[in-house]
Design a protein around this ligand. Structure first.
Ligand SMILES: Nc1ncnc2c1ncn2[C@@H]1O[C@H](COP(=O)(O)OP(=O)(O)OP(=O)(O)O)[C@@H](O)[C@H]1O
Length: 212
């Protein structure tokens, strides 16, 4: 049995087929790259896996549980999507502390470790509204994994990051894989995907091309 199965997943919004009879099986502990043109369905597929949208047809199954049916959302899953909002009048650490209060999974050490891992200073009092684009991206990225999430759905994780930060993130993702976590990364950066992914999934017009 695969860790994550997507079976005949179709999403139609206002007569437009966004995801088109998409079927694929993914293994645990691997890094997958979603690669495709603007509007090909990468973000929508990540949303489907997370359980943020309902299928028109088909399903996503993780560990034998059907998402949006057996469980509302993908369990133990971290998400990085565009336009995520952090509380701008708080520091990075205060933001993660606020999120940590909901599930009570992450300790203070986990928060500090995650911020260090992405290259942010955990002790900085700087409020998020004073952050650069890249710093905000790092905070959103830290948010996606600091609670030991098993599955990471990452939309353009290297957006706004400088070369050194990209290298750091690559090493971080490798370490996640060694821990047995599964990563699905949507990116336009083919070189990045090729250097880090076990498998690249080319997506075109809402479906994954079979050859791979
Ligand atoms: N909220 C929405 N309502 C209706 N259609 C949408 C919505 N969001 C996206 N779409 C459509 O779904 C299709 C896939 O969009 P998606 O955002 O998944 O593409 P993408 O591959 O992530 O693109 P990009 O590389 O530009 O980020 C596009 O045709 C888009 O217009």
């Amino acid at each position: 049995m695969s860790y994550l199965e997507i079976e005949n997943y179709t999403k139609v919004i206002r007569q437009e087929t966004i995801l088109n009879h998409l079927t694929i099986s993914l293994e645990k502990g691997k890094i997958y790259g979603l690669y495709g043109r603007n509007g090909s369905g990468k973000t929508m597929l990540l949303r489907a896996i997370a359980g943020l949208i309902m299928p028109t047809e088909g399903f996503v199954k993780i560990n034998d549980q059907i998402i949006t049916k057996d469980v509302d959302f993908a369990p133990h899953t971290g998400i990085l999507i565009e336009h995520m909002n952090m509380l701008s009048y708080l520091s990075a650490k205060e933001n993660l502390e606020g999120i940590a209060k909901i599930q009570k999974i992450a300790s203070e050490e986990d928060i500090i470790e995650a911020l260090n891992a992405v290259g942010l200073d955990p002790q900085s009092k700087k409020r998020v509204f004073r952050y650069s684009l890249g710093m905000k991206q790092k905070l959103c990225l830290a948010q996606s994994f600091f609670e030991h999430q098993e599955l990471l759905l990452l939309d353009e994780p290297t957006n706004a990051l400088d070369e050194e930060s990209v290298q750091r993130i690559m090493m971080l993702f490798e370490s996640f894989k060694e821990e047995g976590r599964t990563l699905i990364i949507a990116s336009h950066d083919r070189d990045f995907l090729e250097s880090i992914c076990d498998r690249i999934l080319p997506i075109k017009k809402g479906t994954i091309e079979k050859r791979h």
